[in-house]
Design a protein around this ligand. Structure first.
Ligand SMILES: [Zn+2]
Length: 1071
């Protein structure tokens, strides 16, 4: 076999005899391993010795496969592989190496040095024989060492047939030797394809380069145009499919105005140029290796298709196919953009938000100038509107204009606009003309990316014959501008303790009012002009660090920050401190939560849990069958219960998904997903059914889902108002048919926890939900509704201020930020006249539609559980074909809420002897209270940041500490230990007394406020501080007694399988 390997393959094989005994005793194996381990590894390392590299075609840049690699003096040739790659194992020494391929002039490189250790890289470029004379003038090959055709013939025939002539060959090569030890480095190859590319041609072009250069070119789409054309992006980089830590991301966007086509064509030229010259041209290779370059040739492919060649200053094709100018369609810092946001714009906004872009240019036509932010000002006047980074933008703009032989003169289009002059060929956007809704300002204000707008020429759609001229004028500028991404400062912000990068940390430069944030692994880039700067890095829960950095004219200054956690508690009992309750399984789960919260973690979970269901709207009967089907198929993790019945006696189902369904697990978070309170909006119902199926089907198959179910109690109520749902009509986007229950009541105005507000008995549906909500222990509730695209947080009732508003808002924003459209804040639905610019797609419920008696408010006030309401779309009952899209949009946000319940704060309250204390009050930031339950466990969601918590329990000294909550880390358990002897956490007595006095004051004040509120609400007086808890229970009892005819135990109606119908069996088979 070894001879066969050597003679017929490119592989050098040796045969190893490992031991005298062919089949030794098992007990000997360990010894054999020890004897051979080092040798096996050392042998693998040898694959890297010698010479390696690529052989390419000089004209097309494509790989030459099956080319021979000839080493002078060794009668054994190798051939190149599929990518033109070869690996020639050689001992240290100096060699003359020749590449030979049919139809090409061979190339020899002499005196190639091979060292001990890693292979020398040698890339060879061959010129086709037929066209060599034409190229000879402008191509620098190692001509002196290139053997003539005769030489090569002789040479190859020698090596093939005359082993004894080895010395002769060496002599013959040696006589031609010139001392060029470096690989061949020809001039870069220029693009060949100069013509206009319509959508189909462009697509073909992009596919061709991504398939021919898979190691550096990756084609993807960021979404679709109005007419369904893909908005293509091409990444050119080594490892193109991933963001590499520390590697800056750059983008070029062309053809935003469909009739401005020069950008589109020169970006295609640029793709060609980068691909063809990678590996042979030093500048290109370095740029591609060290930058992730995204190129989007056309942002408006629909407009392009209707534009006309030869158009000088026209408008046909400028706008998208709905006739909106995309460069007036982005949210603006000064003006309100009333036009509906276009699919192209939304796709761009999502793209820009989801990649850590640093620098960008948007290529236009119709003038010849670089235009930089801002594009408008508060008054809409045409005058200079400076951004905080004006100097940086000027430098960036000049870099481009100076390399363009015409642009820097500053007289763009003498024939069209004779008086126009731009010094250095650059201009501030607003000082040229004031424009609101532009893309470059949005980039700067909403992402870490600096964008300028470049006008490439006076003619918007030039004739094809002029295209080479545009490439020639812009090719240096295009490259120089990319180089700019490597200026200023960059680095990593990490945790000093474990070295982990800190995402979303802030980089602040003194005197420049524009902060940059770190990417997922803590890496950042801050473009700056030369100078010395004071730079501060800060992050939630960390001590900020400030340093000075000097930025030089060339290159980038690396400034890394290592931040220390804030520990206000000297005993380290904050969540970051050493945890006595930690065990490996818990730590593993915490790292799972962190992995899911950072980078592409959640995205990957979404992708790995495809259910491939076909969607349809299900009425009550089908819904019940679906839920039964789940419990039949997954009995170990599901339990179906009836919460009660509707007016028309339909069951209001609650499906629990847990590893111990039906059992209380007080240490676990409990999350509730509910939908269908308004029967006319059944999208939420279908989403929750699919969500339940996803969880069940992936249990035991997907390790992440399995772990999440094991660690969480999930309760799903898909339809609160089943009677209304039966009345609703599909494809009725604005109909209110089915909105109420059978008695005509809007159930979301029927949740009153207080008798004084109760005029009549609650509706049976309301009653069922109230009982569930009062069954404490829920950490979070997510309610799904329709008719808008926004997430709202408590309260619905008009209140002046909301305790813990930061946390509630944060929870709503977690949902909306994981939704591809909601976070854009473009909730404007034509059917309800709502505001269309809602920051982050999140608002306080009362701002949307204030009302009393809502489920959300009841959950807050009486269930002690935050509830957010998610409106999944403008159309309340869309056609069923839209369900697939709606599911795709909401799957990630729903999963994100499942992660979210594991964050925040958790712990256990006990006394010195370790006995759990039930009913201790944990006061968050002097306001919101949570209570320790069974086992002394408590849990509270909190926005990222620092929080003060105080613990109070009857008969014990109260306690206070500060905790740090992160957006991506699981809550670690804190232990609150009460001690009768008043020495707390081993703190000095004075401190205890002082802090106790402070918190007592706060609590007394809080208690007084609550007391006053209660007096006002119920006319029943409660007194004293220790009776807070008691007070709460009386409320509960009040509810139960007044809202139910007879007192029932909660969630008591265990589902019983009453039938064995065919329908069920069929369903069971289907899952
Ligand atoms: Zn334009």
């Amino acid at each position: 076999m070894q001879d066969y390997n050597y003679v017929y393959g490119n592989c050098l094989e040796i045969t190893l005899e490992l031991s005298c005994c062919k089949y030794p005793q098992a007990s000997e194996l360990h010894k054999e391993w020890d004897l051979n381990k080092e040798s096996l590894l050392a042998y693998i390392e040898k694959v890297h010795i010698g010479v390696r590299g690529y052989v390419k075609d000089h004209v097309s840049g494509s790989a030459l496969t099956n080319a021979s690699i000839v080493v002078a003096g060794i009668r054994h040739n190798l051939t190149t592989g599929r990518y033109g790659d070869y690996y020639r194992l050689l001992l240290p020494g100096v060699y003359n190496i020749t590449a030979v391929a049919t139809g090409y002039t061979p190339v020899t490189v002499n005196n190639v040095q091979v060292f001990d250790g890693n292979a020398t890289e040698l890339n060879l470029v061959l010129v086709p024989v037929a066209i060599e004379p034409n190229l000879a003038g402008n191509v620098t090959l190692t001509t002196p060492s290139t053997p003539s055709a005769t030489d090569i013939n002789r040479y190859t025939s020698n090596t093939n047939t005359a082993p004894s002539h080895r010395s002769q060959v060496v002599t013959s090569m040696g006589s031609k030797t010139t001392p060029i030890p470096s690989p061949t480095e020809p001039q870069p190859v220029q693009p060949q394809e100069f013509r206009h590319h319509n959508y189909a041609d462009m697509e073909l072009f992009l596919r061709k380069y991504s398939s021919e250069f898979p190691s550096i070119a990756h084609l993807y789409s960021i979404g679709r145009s109005v007419e369904g054309r893909e908005l293509y992006g091409m990444v050119i980089s080594d490892n193109p499919t991933v963001h590499e830590h520390g590697e800056a991301e750059f983008k070029y966007v062309g053809n935003m105005h469909g009739n401005e086509v020069v950008g589109r064509e020169i970006l295609l030229n640029l793709i060609e140029y980068l691909c063809l010259n990678y590996g042979t041209d030093r500048e290109v290779t370095e740029l591609v290796n060290n930058t992730r370059i995204h190129i989007m040739p056309s942002m408006n492919p629909d407009g392009y298709e209707v534009a006309n060649e030869g158009d000088v200053r026209g408008y046909r094709g400028r706008n998208n196919s709905k006739n909106f100018d995309l460069n007036r369609n982005f949210p603006d810092q000064f003006a309100t953009i009333k036009d509906p946001r276009q699919p192209e714009t939304i796709a761009m906004m999502n793209w820009l938000k989801s990649n850590p872009f640093v620098l960008s240019a948007n290529l236009h036509g119709g003038s010849l100038v670089v235009n930089y932010p801002f594009d408008d000002d508060r008054e809409g006047k045409t005058r200079y509107s400076k951004s905080p980074d004006d100097k940086v933008f000027q430098q960036l703009a000049r870099t481009y204009s100076q390399e363009n032989p015409l642009m820097h003169n500053g007289h763009p289009c003498v024939k069209l606009y004779p008086g126009e002059y731009f010094a250095d060929g650059i201009t501030n956007g607003a000082s040229w003309y004031n424009v609101a809704g532009g893309m470059q300002d949005w980039n700067y204000l909403n992402t870490n990316c600096f964008e300028v707008t470049i006008e490439l020429g006076c003619v918007k759609y030039p004739l094809a014959k002029d295209l080479p001229k545009y490439w020639e004028q812009n090719r240096r500028s295009l490259l120089q501008f990319i180089h700019q991404v490597h200026h200023g400062i960059k680095g990593t912000v990490s945790d000093i303790r474990d070295g982990m990068g800190i995402p979303n940390a802030t980089i602040q430069v003194a005197d420049i009012d524009h902060n940059i944030t770190t990417a997922h692994t803590g890496d950042y880039w801050r473009l700056l002009v030369p100078g010395t700067y004071s730079i501060t890095a800060s992050a939630h829960g960390y001590q900020p660090v400030r340093t000075y950095a000097t930025v030089s004219k060339n290159g980038v200054e690396v400034v890394d920050f290592r931040l220390t956690r804030l520990h206000s508690d000297p005993n380290g009992l904050s969540p970051s401190g050493p945890q006595p309750t930690h065990n490996p399984s818990e730590e593993e789960f915490e790292s799972l939560i962190k992995d899911l919260s950072l980078g592409q973690g959640l995205e990957q979970l979404v992708k790995s849990t495809d259910t491939e269901n076909s969607f349809r709207f299900r009425g009550y009967k089908e819904l019940s069958a679906f839920l039964r089907g789940l419990t039949l198929n997954f009995p170990k993790i599901t339990s179906l219960q009836s919460l009660g019945h509707s007016v028309e006696f339909r069951t209001i189902w609650a499906l629990e998904i847990s590893n111990n369904p039906g059992e209380a697990e007080p240490s676990e978070p409990k999350v509730r997903f509910v939908a269908g309170i308004h029967g006319n909006a059944p999208v939420g119902t279908e989403l929750l059914l699919e969500f339940a199926a996803l969880l069940c089907i992936n249990y035991g198959k997907n390790s992440v889902i399995t772990r999440l179910i094991n660690e969480t109690t999930i309760v799903i109520v898909p339809s609160i108002n089943p009677d209304g749902r039966e009345q609703a009509v599909e494809k009725q986007c604005t109909s209110t048919q089915g909105f109420t229950n059978t008695h005509g009541k809007d159930l979301d105005k029927d949740f009153f926890g207080n008798v004084s507000h109760r005029v009549v008995e609650p509706q049976p549906e309301t009653k069922a939900m109230m009982d569930m909500i009062l069954d404490k222990g829920y950490t979070l509730s997510v309610a799904l509704d329709g008719g808008s695209l926004v997430a709202t947080y408590p309260y619905d009732k008009p209140v002046q201020s909301v305790e813990n508003e930061g946390t509630l808002k944060y929870l709503a924003s977690v949902y909306s930020n994981n939704h591809p459209k909601m976070h854009l804040g473009n909730a404007g639905c034509s059917n309800n006249g709502q505001a269309s610019n809602i920051p982050d797609g999140v608002m306080r419920a009362a701002e949307r539609q204030s009302h009393m008696g809502s489920m959300k408010d009841f959950s807050m006030d009486f269930g002690h559980c935050p509830e957010i309401t998610v409106y999944t779309g403008c159309c309340v009952f869309p056609p069923s074909e839209q369900l697939t899209t709606l599911w795709a949009e909401n799957k990630k946000p729903l999963l994100s809420m499942l992660l979210e319940v594991h964050k925040g704060l958790r712990g256990v309250v006990r006394d010195k002897s370790g006995k759990p204390i039930i009913g201790a009050i944990i006061v968050l930031n002097g306001g919101v209270r949570v209570f320790s339950g069974e086992g002394g466990y408590f849990r509270a969601l909190l926005a990222p940041g620092n929080h003060n918590i105080e613990a109070v329990a009857d008969g014990y000294q109260q306690q206070r500490q500060e905790v740090v909550v992160s957006s991506y880390e699981a809550a670690s358990s804190i232990i609150i230990e009460f001690d009768m002897d008043h020495s707390i956490f081993g703190l000095p007595r004075e401190f205890v007394v002082a802090s106790a006095a402070a918190s007592m004051t706060a609590l007394v004040v809080t208690a007084c406020i609550i007391w006053c509120v209660c007096v006002a609400k119920s006319n029943r007086q409660k007194d004293g501080f220790h009776r807070l808890r008691q007070h709460r229970d009386e409320y509960d009892d009040e509810i139960r007694l007044t809202s139910m005819g007879s007192k029932k135990s909660l969630l008591a109606h265990e589902f019983q399988d009453e039938s064995e119908s065919d329908e069920e069996t069929l369903y069971a088979n289907k899952i």
